[in-house]
Design a protein around this ligand. Sequence first.
Ligand SMILES: [Zn+2]
Ligand SMILES: [Zn+2]
Ligand SMILES: [Zn+2]
Length: 193
Amino acid sequence: MGSYTEYSSRGGSLYLTELLCTNCQGAGLELESESQAVCRFCGTPNAVAGVLCVHCDFVNAAAAETCEGCRQALWRTCPRCGARNWAGADACRTCSQPLDITTRAGTRAAETTAGRLDVQAREATAFKAVQAAGSQRRMADFEAIEARRQAGLREAQTRRDAQQRVILISVSLFVVAFVVVAALALAWVYLTR
Ligand SMILES: [Zn+2]
Ligand SMILES: [Zn+2]
Ligand SMILES: [Zn+2]
């Protein structure tokens, strides 16, 4: 088992993630208890001099009451026997009373679940926005096509109206011409009789 006394050598600002495993030199120490971390690569327990913060992994001086990294309490009192326990303890070390789950695993899982849901919600909103934009675009396309169609119809109608006017005028002229010719013919018949 390796051991650390480094926490004070760097002015106290040291997080567990900055420590390397004494066995494999890997940066993968995971908090196990107030003064012990287990290497996630080789499984070696590493003793840490000081008190680990269950909330933020900060390595605090052994006498610390609150975490230097996140200002949360490093210790808590057992509601049954009053014994002082590490803030990350599952049960009282004196009377075995189960302590509330403020363990880091629980907190992290809740954070990531909440985070995931949040991300999902944001993605869903973004997706809906894209869909809405898409349907607006489709709607705009449809409206443009419809407008062109209406314009076409209006043009055709105008053309038809013009043709009808031409036909009407032609017919009228023809009728007038016929009447005039007929009148002249009658007049000629009268006058030459
Ligand atoms: Zn290791
Ligand atoms: Zn902390
Ligand atoms: Zn207790």
